[in-house]
Design a protein around this ligand. Structure first.
Ligand SMILES: Cc1cc2nc3c(=O)[nH]c(=O)nc-3n(C[C@H](O)[C@H](O)[C@H](O)COP(=O)(O)O)c2cc1C
Length: 417
């Protein structure tokens, strides 16, 4: 198994500007703006097969191409560090410890699409990450990497820091665009997507922090090198966050294709007190639950989709025997009902209805007919919102009902009749 690290390359705490430059940092940026071309950068990133790490795994080259090909007097790029998903802190970790890697990725994205303004959109509660970015920006400016003539070239580039409200929807890409425009951080109706009509209606690429952090290494070492790590459909590595209930909580960088069992047993050390495993939620609150046999799946976007779940942004939760899955889906339903922003009546209705049904189950007041309503509520709202939050509560709830029916049965009113 290739255990090459692309992101977490420093063993000695935060990577300083000097450390980063010593490892070849900013050489891809220098090479691109002085000898390369935007098309070359875009081609290499497209050829690498890099997919977005913000949850949807969208091909990065394709998104950049939409923005590059849309004629406009100005374009923008945004590094999305909104990160308000429960349990996720990999973007904060990268920003605090590897700010230059993220910044260089952002500069390269701007160059590839022809944007002269870039935004670091960072959760406003991430004070340390913001301080790290301010310092990194000042260092990059002083070294001549950011400004009117980066590396002596004529590709002017300015980078701004923008504090993201800490609500879940503020991390959605069009909500980030609204926030940067000074509006409430709520999603826009799509299409058009930000890549063709984002900030001020102009092409705007929004990429996740981790996605951008991969870009400098791809340009320095080449698309073929990147494709040599991971799998055909999911090249490279990914950050997996396993915090809750495991012996060694942490953020682990693993090549795609690594068995989930390796993450669970070797990295996280299994569940505390060696409790047996009952269920896995592999991609945060919008993914489907899996049973322990999923430990043999390779960590790969497609493999998890085929198994009825998703890798999302890599927040892995392992539940011990004895966990009441009804409690877990109730917490998830509460989260989505709370975070539905109120713009779309259907999303608000759906998330409230699901919560009400699950509260009735927990209170022992639901019948089998009430459970059957869940599918109806989901069917009526699928794809009806301005953002995909409306589609998010379905997978955890329906998979829980399918895989752990006995957890629900014992709460049903009248013995489930
Ligand atoms: C409700 C909601 C919240 C989201 N929150 C985030 C977030 O905090 N960070 C993020 O990168 N993407 C988030 N996304 C996904 C973004 O809309 C977008 O797909 C992503 O930033 C694109 O970057 P990528 O292609 O590099 O993954 C969210 C999406 C939704 C629907």
């Amino acid at each position: 198994m290739i255990m090459e690290r692309i992101l977490l390359t420093s063993e000695a705490g935060p990577e300083s500007f000097a450390d980063y430059e010593r490892q070849g940092g900013y050489s891809a940026w220098r090479q691109a703006v002085t000898e390369g071309s935007p098309a070359r950068v875009l081609e290499e990133v497209a050829a690498s097969g890099l997919r977005g790490r913000g949850g949807a795994a969208f091909p990065v080259g394709k998104k950049w191409q939409f923005a590059a090909e849309t004629p406009a007097e100005r374009k923008y790029v945004v590094c999305n560090g909104g990160e308000d998903e429960p349990g996720s802190r990999k973007d904060r970790f990268l920003l605090e410890n590897y700010p230059h890697k993220v910044l260089e990725g952002l500069l390269l994205a701007a160059y590839a699409i022809g944007a002269h303004e870039a935004y670091l959109y960072v959760n406003h509660e991430y004070h340390q990450a913001q301080a790290a970015l301010e310092r990194a920006l000042a260092e990059a400016r002083a070294a001549g990497y950011v400004g009117p003539h980066p590396c002596g070239s004529d590709f002017a580039i300015e980078v701004h820091l923008h504090a993201a409200p800490s609500t879940y929807v503020a991390g959605e890409d069009s909500a980030a665009v609204n926030s940067i425009e000074g509006k409430p951080a709520k999603p826009r109706q799509k299409p058009p997507y930000p890549a063709t009509a984002g900030i001020h209606g102009l092409p705007t690429v929004v990429n996740n922090v981790e996605t951008l952090a991969n870009v400098p290494a791809i340009l320095r070492r080449g698309a073929a090198w990147f494709r040599g790590i991971g799998t055909e459909s999911s090249p490279g590595t990914m950050l997996f966050t396993a915090m809750e209930g495991v012996k060694r909580p942490g953020i682990y960088e693993l090549p795609f294709g690594t068995p989930l069992r390796y993450l669970y047993e070797e990295c996280a050390g299994g569940l505390a007190d060696d409790r047996p495993l009952k269920a896995i939620l592999p991609g945060g609150p919008s993914s489907g639950f899996l049973k322990p046999d999923a430990l043999d799946l390779p960590l790969d976007y497609q493999a998890f989709r085929d198994a009825g779940s998703a890798l999302g942004c890599g927040v892995m939760t392992f539940y011990p025997e004895g966990t009441d899955i009804v409690d877990e889906v109730l917490k998830i339903a509460e989260f989505f009902a709370r975070e539905s922003c109120g713009q779309c009546a259907k999303c608000q209705f759906e998330t409230q209805q699901l919560l009400r049904i699950l509260q009735m189950v927990k209170a022992g007041k639901a019948t089998r007919a009430a459970l059957a309503m869940i599918d109806k509520v989901l069917d009526q709202s699928r794809g009806q919102g301005w953002c995909s939050l409306i589609n998010m509560p379905g997978p955890p709830i329906t998979s829980a009902l399918r895989l752990f029916p006995e957890d629900f049965e014992r709460y049903l009113a009248n013995g489930g009749r």
